[in-house]
Design a protein. Structure first.
Length: 140
């Protein structure tokens, strides 16, 4: 039986996810503005929503990983944002429509969740990754 080929890709944050975050912020601000709450409370809620969206957006842009290689034998090789390489573990994966979520761990306490949408992963790599995850290969 042949072993599964290595699946590797460079990770970049999704622009579509950032756009969705902006739309959610806009909807939240609109809902707050149209609510019947007192002005001081509407202002406080709007500021809180804005701060939360800015922090979430910064978290999306500051990805701790720059590349990932999922070898056929289940070993995960990670290229970290600081330029170092690390051996990692695939803790879990979930496919939700067009979204693929990979939960990864490396080192003593480093963890990350990669959110993969069609705009940050090419179609062939995405298909091979979905097949590998569907077969349960590479999940520790």
């Amino acid at each position: 039986m042949k072993s599964a080929p290595t699946i590797g890709f460079e990770y970049r944050p999704s622009r579509a996810l950032a756009a969705m975050l902006s739309l959610v912020l806009l909807a939240a601000l609109l809902a707050i503005a149209l609510s019947g709450l007192p002005s001081w409370l509407r202002l406080a809620l709007a500021v809180a929503a804005l701060v939360h969206a800015i922090r979430a957006g910064a978290g999306l842009r500051r990805a701790p990983l720059r590349s990932l290689r999922l070898r056929g034998d289940g070993v995960v090789e990670l290229g970290l944002a600081n330029g170092q390489d690390a051996a990692g573990t695939l803790l879990g994966a979930r496919v939700l429509g067009p979204l693929i979520v990979l939960r990864l761990a490396w080192g003593a306490r480093s963890r990350a969740a990669l959110l993969l949408l069609p705009d940050n992963l090419d179609a062939d790599t995405r298909r091979r990754l979905r097949v590998r995850l569907g077969a349960g290969q590479g999940i520790a």
